[in-house]
Design a protein around this ligand. Structure first.
Ligand SMILES: [Zn+2]
Length: 456
C-alpha cells in the first residue's frame, strides 16, 4: 500500500508512507520517498489512515441472541433476568450469534477477538466448537476462553443451579478444549484461554484449579473482576476480601492474567496490577449501559497497568462497534478527569497494543512494525465530511466510526469498502437474527419469557 497516512502505534507516524506485505507479515514500511517498486497487488492509500487491526479483549458472542432485554437493570438484576434465557441456548444459537457478532466486529476494524463463553447447558451440542467454526468462516484471529460457573444459588452464588457445571467436568472440558484447539505458533489464528466466570459464580476451588490448569498448559487466564459495587459487597461478605485482594490470595495476579472491567480499583489495586503485569479489558459502553461505574483508565495507564478495550457481550452493549469504544473510553475519562485525561493516540494504543498485551500477542501484532503479522485496518479519511478533520487519528477517535476501506488479517482481505468479503454479509446478519428468534423460542418452550422491561 502506498501514499497512506500510517499510525503504527510504535514509532513515529508517517504522513505519506508505504507498507509492503510478504506472506502474512509486514516486510517493510516507511515514507514514500524510500519506496521502491515491487511486483504484486497495490493499494493506493491516498486519503486513508492505516492503523494496526483493533483487538477486542472481552466479549460473550452468544449474547448477540439476547439483545435489548432487561434494559434498565443493574448487573446482578440483568444477570438474574437472563441466566434462564441463556440456559436454553444450543450450538445453532451460538453459531448464528457468533457469526453475526464476529462479522460485526470485523466491520469495526477488529482483526483479533477473544470470547468468554461460560454457559454450557447440558445436551445442547458442542457450543465451543460452534463459535470456533464461526470465527474460521469470518476469517478473524480468535482467542475463545473456555468459561465456567460452578457456584449456583444453592452454594451462595448468583446463577441458578441449572446453568452451573460440576468442578471435575469443567476442568476436563477445559483441558480438552486447550488440547484440541490451542495453537501457540507466531501466526496462530486460534488460541484458548481458561476463564471461570466471576467471583460471584465460581467456587474458590475452581478459581485455583483453573489457574494451575492454565499454567500447566501455558495458556492465559481471564475472568470478570471489580465490575460493580454489588460485586465488591458480595466478595467482602463471602470471602472477607475485596475483589483484587481475593484474586491475589488465589494466585490470580500475573502477566498471564487479564480481567474484564476492573472498574472499582483502589490505588493499591492498580499498583498490584502494574507490578504483576496483570491486564484489564476496559468495556466503557457496557459499564455505562449497566450503570456499573467508570474504570480509572487514565490512572491505570499513568501507573503502568496495561489496559485493552472490549465491547463486552451484546446483551449489555447492543450493537457496540469496537472502533467506537476508543471514543467512548476517551470521552468517559475526560468527562470525569478533564480534557487531558486520555488522548486520541492513547485510546488507539489501548485498542491495539494494549489489547495485544492482554492476549499475550504483543510480539506478533498490535503495532505496525517490520516482522509483525499484517493485521491492518485501513480507514477512509477523505469523505465529504471527514476530510475536514485535520488529524486522521483525531478523525478516527473523536468522531463516529470512519468508513473501513480494507481490513487485512495476516495480509488476507476480510473487509473491503465496509463489506465482508470472506462470507456473505447479509447471510451472516440473518444468522444472527435467526439465532435470536431461536433462543427466545427455546426459552419460551421451557416456560421462560424474556422481559423487555421498557420503561417509558
Ligand atoms: Zn463480560
Amino acid at each position: 500500500m502506498e501514499n497512506v497516512y500510517i499510525a503504527p502505534v510504535a514509532g513515529a507516524e508517517i504522513e505519506s508512507g508505504y507498507l509492503r506485505i510478504e506472506g502474512d507479515r509486514i516486510a517493510d514500511l516507511g515514507p514514500m520517498t524510500q519506496a521502491h517498486a515491487v511486483p504484486g497487488e497495490r493499494i493506493d492509500g491516498r486519503g486513508m489512515l492505516a492503523t494496526p487491526g483493533l483487538v477486542n479483549t472481552h466479549h460473550h458472542l452468544y449474547q448477540w441472541a439476547s439483545q435489548g432485554l432487561a434494559q434498565d437493570a443493574t448487573l446482578f438484576e440483568w444477570l438474574v433476568a437472563l441466566y434462564q434465557v441463556w440456559a436454553a441456548m444450543d450450538a445453532e444459537v451460538v453459531h448464528g450469534a457468533a457469526s453475526a457478532g464476529l462479522g460485526y466486529l470485523a466491520l469495526s476494524g477488529c482483526t483479533l477477538s477473544s470470547d468468554h463463553h461460560y454457559v454450557f447447558p447440558k445436551g445442547r451440542g458442542d457450543l465451543f466448537a460452534a463459535e470456533i467454526e464461526a470465527a474460521r468462516s469470518i476469517g478473524l484471529r480468535f482467542h475463545p476462553a473456555r468459561g465456567s460457573m460452578d457456584r449456583g444459588q444453592s452454594q451462595g452464588g448468583l446463577p441458578p443451579d441449572v446453568v452451573v457445571e460440576q468442578l471435575d467436568e469443567i476442568l476436563a472440558a477445559t483441558a480438552e478444549a486447550v488440547d484440541i484447539y490451542h495453537d501457540p505458533s507466531f501466526s496462530s489464528k486460534l488460541r484458548i484461554a481458561v476463564a471461570p466466570c466471576s467471583p460471584f459464580s465460581v467456587s474458590r476451588d475452581l478459581m485455583t484449579e483453573a489457574a494451575s490448569l492454565a499454567r500447566s498448559k501455558g495458556v492465559r487466564l481471564h475472568t470478570h473482576l471489580a465490575e460493580t459495587v454489588d460485586e465488591e459487597e458480595h466478595c467482602l461478605e463471602q470471602f472477607g476480601l475485596r475483589p483484587v485482594d481475593y484474586m491475589e490470595k488465589l494466585g490470580w495476579l500475573g502477566p498471564d492474567v487479564w480481567f474484564a472491567h476492573s472498574v472499582h480499583l483502589s490505588d493499591a489495586d492498580i499498583d498490584k496490577f502494574a507490578r504483576t503485569g496483570t491486564g484489564s479489558a476496559h468495556c466503557p459502553s457496557s459499564n455505562g449501559r449497566l450503570g456499573a461505574g467508570i474504570a480509572r483508565v487514565s490512572e491505570m495507564l499513568r501507573r503502568g497497568a496495561n489496559v485493552g478495550l472490549g465491547v463486552d457481550g451484546n446483551a449489555s452493549s447492543e450493537l457496540t462497534p469496537l472502533a467506537g469504544e476508543m471514543r467512548q473510553a476517551m470521552l468517559f475519562q475526560r468527562a470525569r478527569y478533564g480534557p487531558t485525561a486520555l488522548t486520541a493516540r492513547q485510546a488507539l494504543e489501548m485498542a491495539t497494543l494494549g489489547g495485544a498485551r492482554n492476549l499475550g500477542r504483543q510480539g506478533e501484532l498490535g503495532t505496525l512494525e517490520v516482522g509483525k503479522l499484517a493485521d491492518i485496518a485501513l480507514w477512509r479519511v477523505d469523505g465529504a465530511f471527514t476530510s475536514a478533520v485535520a488529524d486522521p487519528v483525531a478523525a478516527l477517535v473523536f468522531g463516529p466510526q470512519l468508513p473501513l476501506a480494507r481490513l487485512l488479517v495476516g495480509g488476507e482481505t476480510v473487509v473491503e469498502d465496509d463489506e465482508l468479503k470472506t462470507v456473505s454479509q447479509d447471510h451472516v446478519g440473518r444468522l444472527g437474527a435467526e439465532a435470536s428468534r431461536r433462543l427466545l423460542n427455546l426459552a419460551e418452550k421451557k416456560g421462560v419469557t424474556a422481559q423487555k422491561e421498557v420503561h417509558q
